[in-house]
Each structure stands twice: as structure tokens, then as C-alpha cells.
Ligand binder design. Structure first.
Ligand code: PNS
Length: 162
């Protein structure tokens, strides 16, 4: 059985992430969405919330076979624990590749885990969690970028931020 991990900070999980997970399902028997910490980003939502948002999005989209797990430490250790030899990441553009490449090489170097890159759907390539938060922060429309529950949680969290 081939298990792959789709990792990310998912702050929050978007419909762009959903597209990549759907594509990853075509490559694997078992897909685990790994909600991890990116040391270079400060998260709006805690790990529990980010796991919950990913689960809600996947369930509403009919992808309940996809498991969502918190990755508490090193991604490669998590891959080892769950028996995944491959990480799957989505790419929207060249900038994504620039930031993903060092991580993929580091992960392979320290553990042998290979990263497979999937090209996301171009019509979703403008969707980035950071931009969705910024649009929501200013009251913009985000209903076609995240699940409805995630959109509500975002507006609430950002209204409490001020
Ligand atoms: O969605 P992101 O922020 O691009 O995802 C990056 C993430 C969270 C997958 C990466 O920062 C990560 O793997 N964090 C877990 C800790 C770890 O393994 N760090 C070493 C990365 S080479």
C-alpha cells in the first residue's frame, strides 16, 4: 500500500490545497494531510483548528478517506511513523518551486523521503492562505477560495484580531 503525505502549514486549508490532495489521491492508496509548523510563518490558527478546517473541507468535498493528522515535529519523522516514502506538494508557479526545492532536498538528504510535485489547477493558482487572510481581513469575498466553515472562522478570528 502506498501512503503519501501532503504536508503544509494550512493556515488555513484552501480549495487550492483541496485540488492538490484530490490529485495526490490518484497516485496513492492512502493520503495523509500533515498539518505542520512552518518556522518561517506565524500562524493565525492553532494546530487543532488547522486540522479541523482541513477535515471539514475534505469531508464536504467527499474526500473522507483522506486522513488529516497533526505533524508535531520533523516532517520526515512523521513520514517514517506512518510508513510514507513520498511527500506530495502542489506547485502554483516558479516561486513555489524556489521555496519547495530546498525543503525537498533537505528532506531527502536527512531521510531518503522523496518529494513529488503536482501542478495545481491554474484557475486556483491565485489562492494562497496568506492572501486569503488578507482579503478576509479587509472584508473581501473569500467564499470561492475556502470551505464555508473556514470562511466563517476566518472572518471571526480576524474580527477579534483588532
Ligand atoms: O505550507 P508550507 O508553509 O509551505 O509548508 C511547509 C512545511 C510546514 C511543510 C514545512 O515547514 C515543514 O515540513 N515543517 C515541519 C518541520 C520540518 O520538518 N522542518 C524541516 C523542513 S526541510
Amino acid at each position: 500500500m502506498r501512503t503519501v503525505v501532503c504536508p503544509g502549514s494550512f493556515d488555513p486549508f484552501t480549495l487550492g490545497h483541496l485540488d492538490v490532495v484530490k490529485r495526490a489521491q490518484q497516485l496513492a492508496d492512502h493520503v495523509i494531510v500533515g498539518v505542520a509548523r512552518n518556522a518561517g510563518k506565524s500562524a493565525l490558527f492553532n494546530a487543532e483548528q488547522r486540522v479541523d478546517f482541513a477535515q471539514r473541507t475534505l469531508q464536504r468535498a467527499g474526500l473522507s478517506a483522506v486522513e488529516v493528522r497533526h505533524v508535531p515535529g520533523l516532517l520526515t519523522e512523521f513520514c517514517d511513523e506512518v510508513g510514507a516514502k513520498h511527500i506530495v506538494k502542489g506547485l502554483r508557479n516558479g516561486a513555489d518551486l524556489d521555496s519547495e526545492l530546498p525543503m525537498a532536498l533537505m528532506n531527502r538528504s536527512i531521510s531518503g523521503v522523496e518529494t513529488l510535485f503536482i501542478l495545481g489547477e491554474p484557475s486556483l493558482s491565485h489562492i494562497a492562505s496568506s492572501l486569503v487572510k488578507d482579503v478576509a481581513r479587509h472584508g473581501g469575498e473569500i467564499s470561492n477560495m475556502v470551505d464555508v466553515d473556514v470562511a466563517h472562522a476566518l472572518y471571526l478570528a480576524l474580527s477579534e484580531e483588532q
